[in-house]
Write a protein that binds this ligand. Structure first.
Ligand code: HEM
Ligand code: HEM
Ligand code: HEM
Length: 400
């Protein structure tokens, strides 16, 4: 399943050209290359004057109608916010506008005021931004910034250029304020070969596919098979006692497959977390560590479960039941959390809600069936009784 997903998804990995209207605007302005960036619905066009000089146009929507738009380059090994030399166009809510350059440092990331800073390519390894301009592209409802960028060859190479983009909703005069921290906002960097029209290594290009696989494995493994296994353990005892003999083998098989798929998804999550070195989703990570630890504990039942007649079996049952149900709750919270981080189209949420509704419907029908069967039957069936004596668990008893 994992290999198949990788295969299908890698086929889908390709360059995304610009939208028709942005392409028209860029061609009107004599830009020769144009591509859609992977996040923030941004689009990027460029023209190479020579190895050290490029013209760039960067545009996207600002949903509130004002805020700021930033584009910059980073001389480090990997593209990231800190160290980026950027130009930022600001549309203030009072109607004033500014476009100027900023040096983004670790102090900025810690919340210190981001002040304009003059940049000059004549200073060693410094980037030059010239002919900067900003505009609203009305036909597209886009805001855009444009400049000629001079890149010192000692620090930048246009066939392997780290570029970084960002948008924010708030600004005060020439000071842009903190941007949102969604995946779209933190995954807004890539290393690009400006010579090649359709080749750009985006940090999130392969990651996006891995994220999809991660989500699917987790939803199927933790989110579907584990609860299904619990339903089997619960209802094959009563009222579906005809399947009693299948109860534990099916429960255990379901949980083992669910655990293997879920753990693969979890490991993929850790790999993704490691690949994106400059940001972290703490709560999602904490929940997932909890889930992995305690499902592993549940799985130890394979070897460490007390025998049916053991005096501790009663307590093991209580612990196994309590932890099992608690895990189901945390898993569904974390799945919604993951979907919120990924912010894909609504299909994911709808699909998972669909799975929850189906599992809920099965449980409701079986609960109703349990109670009607229990009310009608004068005595519990032999196998249900066997279930009671074997486990010591409470099963509905017929009224005297
Ligand atoms: C206005 C001042 C800014 C502040 C206070 C700020 C603050 C932050 C913070 C706190 C994070 C970490 C988020 C997390 O780990 O959850 C972050 C991430 C990020 N920011 Fe900013 N930021 C600012 C401006 C910018 C600008 C202008 C750019 C782009 C040119 C940018 C690009 C990024 C990127 C790409 C990340 C992802 C992590 C990384 O690369 O370090 N930020 N920012
Ligand atoms: C993450 C994995 C697992 C979860 C979440 C889980 C959860 C549960 C839950 C909630 C129940 C109680 C159902 C009910 O009657 O209401 C249950 C029952 C049971 N589970 Fe698991 N389980 C897991 C793995 C395992 C494994 C690996 C075994 C291996 C032997 C196992 C053996 C049992 C047994 C024997 C029962 C029946 C207890 C009784 O007699 O009522 N479970 N499980
Ligand atoms: C119970 C199920 C899940 C577990 C155990 C889990 C586990 C993880 C882990 C360990 C990480 C790495 C966190 C970090 O170090 O920053 C992660 C990241 C992530 N997860 Fe999940 N996850 C689950 C469900 C989901 C779902 C259903 C989705 C989306 C549909 C999802 C989307 C993401 C995304 C987008 C990231 C960020 C990747 C990145 O940093 O680039 N997760 N997950």
């Amino acid at each position: 399943m994992i290999l198949a997903s990788f295969f299908l998804l890698s086929i889908g990995a390709h360059f995304t050209p610009c939208s028709e209207p942005f392409l028209n605007v860029s061609q009107r302005k004599n830009f020769t290359y144009c591509k859609k960036l992977t996040t923030l619905e941004a689009e990027f066009a460029w023209r190479i004057n020579n190895e050290q000089q490029i013209e760039i146009l960067f545009g996207t929507r600002l949903h509130t109608g004002f805020g700021w738009l930033a584009w910059g380059v980073n001389p480090d090994e990997m593209p990231q916010m800190v160290g980026t030399r950027a130009m930022i166009g600001i549309w203030n809510s009072d109607g004033s506008t500014f476009i100027t350059t900023y040096n983004i440092t670790s102090d900025t990331k810690m919340g210190c005021m981001l002040k304009p800073e003059k940049m000059d390519e004549k200073v060693q390894n410094e980037v030059g931004f010239h002919n900067m301009s900003m505009e609203n592209i009305n036909e597209l409802d886009y805001f855009a910034i444009q400049a000629r960028v001079i890149l010192p060859p000692a620090a930048y190479n246009i066939s392997k250029l780290n570029h970084v983009w960002q948008i924010g909703d708030e600004a005060e005069g020439t000071e842009p304020k903190m941007h949102a921290k969604t995946l779209q906002n933190v995954d807004s960097t890539e290393t690009i070969n400006l010579w090649v029209r359709d080749e750009a290594h985006h940090v999130g290009k392969h990651e996006n596919h891995l994220r999809t696989v991660h989500g699917i494995l987790n939803i199927v493994g933790w989110g579907t098979l584990l609860p299904f296994g619990v339903i089997i353990a619960r209802y094959f005892k009563y009222p579906l006692e005809n399947f009693h003999d299948w109860r534990i083998p099916l429960h255990v098989s379901c949980q083992i497959i669910g655990y293997i798929l879920g753990t693969s998804g979890w490991i993929l999550g850790l790999v993704l977390g490691n690949l994106s070195k400059f940001y972290i989703f703490k709560i999602h990570r904490l929940y997932s560590i909890f889930i992995f630890t305690f499902t592993t504990l549940q799985m130890l039942a394979l070897r460490l479960k007390p025998g049916e007649d053991d005096e501790y079996r009663k307590f093991w049952n209580m612990y196994h039941h309590f932890l099992g149900y608690a895990l189901l709750a945390v898993i569904s919270i974390n799945i919604f959390h993951g979907i919120n981080i990924l912010k894909p189209n609504d299909t994911w949420r709808q699909a998972y809600i669909g799975i929850l509704i189906s599992l809920g419907a099965i449980v409701t029908v079986l609960e109703i069936y349990t109670w009607t069967k229990f009310k009608r039957s004068p005595k519990p069936t032999a196998s249900a009784q066997a279930g009671i004596s074997a486990t010591g668990l409470e099963v509905p008893q017929p009224r005297p």
